[in-house]
Design a protein around this ligand. Structure first.
Ligand SMILES: [Fe+2]
Length: 149
């Protein structure tokens, strides 16, 4: 019997921030992470070829997602927007640095990169995204946000 394919990271309800459009984007980030993980096990050459394309679309998607979140935080005047933005841009910088290493054949370990991606995304959702989500929840309860949602 064929071995059941192991999935690297599975979306769980506890990752939900309660905003469907953001949850969808977070799910997509996990899908991208899983694809990169799968590519790590395709043999070195195939992994390299796949990574080249996959990493590019991962970076693009991450930037699109961060922009969506930042717009949302701006719209609701989230007080910790600046700190959150710094976290986003530091992450993008780190990823771009890794992409450069990959392109120049430097010390790039696909497996380590994929784990870093997963851990960062899940920690960021749990520690930081949850803050603006809670803030929005409170505004909704107060009835100040009807026109947004
Ligand atoms: Fe975020």
């Amino acid at each position: 019997m064929e071995k059941e394919k192991d999935i690297f990271v599975v979306w769980e309800e506890r990752y939900s921030v309660g905003i469907p459009s953001i949850d969808e984007q977070h799910k997509e980030l996990l899908i991208i992470t899983n694809k990169l993980y799968d590519a790590c096990h395709e043999g070195e050459e195939a992994a390299r070829a796949y990574f080249k394309e996959a990493i590019k679309s991962a970076v693009e998607y991450v930037q699109f997602h961060f922009t969506s979140e930042e717009r949302l935080m701006e719209r609701v005047n989230f007080p910790e927007l600046a700190t959150h933005k710094v976290q986003h841009s530091n992450f993008v910088k780190q990823v771009l640095e890794e992409v450069k290493n990959f392109e120049h054949g430097k010390s790039f370990v696909p497996n380590a990169f994929v784990r870093f991606l997963r851990d960062w995304v899940l920690t960021h959702i749990a520690m930081s995204d949850i803050k603006y989500a809670e803030y929005i929840k409170t505004l909704k309860k107060q009835g100040t946000l009807q026109h947004f949602f």
